[in-house]
Ligand binder design. Structure first.
Ligand code: HEC
Ligand code: HEC
Length: 346
């Protein structure tokens, strides 16, 4: 098998007039192209400089906030500002806490980054911008400690070491979780499977790019593209009507006043964990507010619906993943979200 491939290759190279090259390169015997050389351990080590969240890859050493201050001011502050506030349009390195849900979040080391290891890795690899890889490991420890201090993550007398870097908890760490959307993780169906004619193929997952920015005075982007468009259309209606002096209530809020206590409590869980599918009917999920799609389901009674939502459920139209993929939710939170969905869909 290999032999015949090799012969074919030789023949085509011969046809190209490369016979001499083949003979010279030893391809005729080796069955390889003989291009390049094998990387040496030293060469691999030169490239292999990534540092993992658990600290793997960190060089020996330690650094202090105090030593970092001076170096930061000399090497970094011209661009990133004395306090990490960012000069001009250079990136901001500190602050921005509680802005992530705003329309224009300030993403910084402190407000956004999930792991301190990334900071060490990034500074060592890429900064200062004009002279990457120019800092010693020692300098990177000092400056990393100082940037953490600027973000009020460590105190001024903190000593950053190879061993404690991975234990630093970044403020936004918990907001990173494994993407819950089913992609190739669906379980295989062996019996009583869904009618394939009823399965819907949702080719793209819209809602990744918020479109609200294009509309003047937009609020925080919604969870899905469709929800966002709906939100903007409603606002536009209200705005136009108000120009004409009419009073219009946004259809988004319709029916909200009649919600039970459980449903009211469930709305935010719904928005955060369920709307990505149920807001638009993605992957065959019953769309919230679609009375026909929900009528038969509601007849099963709340206990069944809640159980399906908690444990997951494969029906005629698709796969409802356990807790919508958000295993971090409590059963009560899911139950409240179901109440919200049911009461909004009658
Ligand atoms: C000449 C201006 C300049 C200097 C000096 C500079 N940086 Fe930067 N820094 C940048 C730019 C530009 C980026 C964004 C690069 C990109 O996104 O590709 C950046 C990005 C960063 C980031 C990532 C920010 C984020 O949230 O994505 C960190 C951290 C950082 N720099 C730290 C430092 C440190 C520490 C020093 C000093 C050792 C330093 N920089 C010196 C220009 C500079
Ligand atoms: C990844 C998409 C997705 C997410 C996220 C999701 N669902 Fe579903 N859900 C579905 C699909 C698909 C169905 C329809 C399954 C069927 O009937 O074939 C469904 C059905 C349901 C049903 C009806 C079950 C029945 O017995 O008819 C409930 C209730 C439900 N989901 C609640 C939730 C709640 C609560 C959340 C958030 C915590 C959530 N879902 C998140 C996809 C999703």
């Amino acid at each position: 098998m290999f032999k015949s491939l090799d012969n074919k290759l030789k023949k085509s190279l011969m046809a190209l007039g490369l016979g001499a090259a083949i003979a010279a390169s030893g391809l005729a015997n080796a069955g390889q192209f003989n291009i390049g050389t094998t990387a040496t351990p030293e060469e691999i080590a030169g490239w292999d400089i990534d540092i993992r969240p658990d600290g793997m890859g960190l060089p020996e050493g330690q650094g202090t906030v105090e030593a970092g201050e001076e170096q930061y001011e000399a090497l970094c502050a011209t661009c990133h500002g004395l306090f990490g506030e960012g000069e001009g349009r250079w990136p901001v390195l500190a602050g921005g806490q509680d802005t992530l849900t705003e329309e224009r979040p300030t993403k910084t080391v402190g407000s956004y980054w999930p792991y301190a290891s990334t900071l060490y890795d990034y500074i060592r690899r890429a900064m200062p911008f004009t002279a990457p890889r120019s800092l010693s490991d020692q300098q990177v420890y000092d400056i990393t400690a100082y940037v953490l201090y600027l973000n009020e993550i460590v105190d001024e007398d903190f000593v950053l070491t190879k061993d404690n870097l991975a234990t630093i908890e970044m403020p936004n760490q918990d907001n990173f979780f494994v993407d819950p959307r089913p992609d190739v993780k669906n379980t295989r169906c062996m019996k009583n499977c869904a009618d394939p004619k009823k399965l819907q193929i949702a080719g793209t997952l819209r809602g990744i790019t918020p479109v609200g920015h294009f509309v003047e005075g937009a609020d925080a982007p919604a969870a899905s593209h469709d929800a966002q468009m709906e939100q903007e259309h409603n606002k536009e209606k209200v705005r136009k009507a108000s120009l004409k002096g009419e009073e219009v209530t946004s259809s988004n809020g319709g029916g909200a006043s009649a919600l039970s206590e459980s449903a009211t409590a469930g709305q935010s869980t719904y928005d955060g964990a369920c709307k990505v599918c149920h807001g638009s009917g993605l992957t065959g999920s019953p769309k919230i507010g679609d009375i026909d799609a929900w009528a038969g389901r509601i007849k099963q009674g709340m206990p069944v619906l809640v159980e399906h939502a908690i444990k997951g459920f494969t029906g005629d139209t698709g796969v409802m993943p356990p807790k919508g993929g958000r295993v971090d939710l409590s059963d009560k939170q899911v139950e409240d979200a179901v109440a919200y969905m049911v009461e909004s869909s009658r």
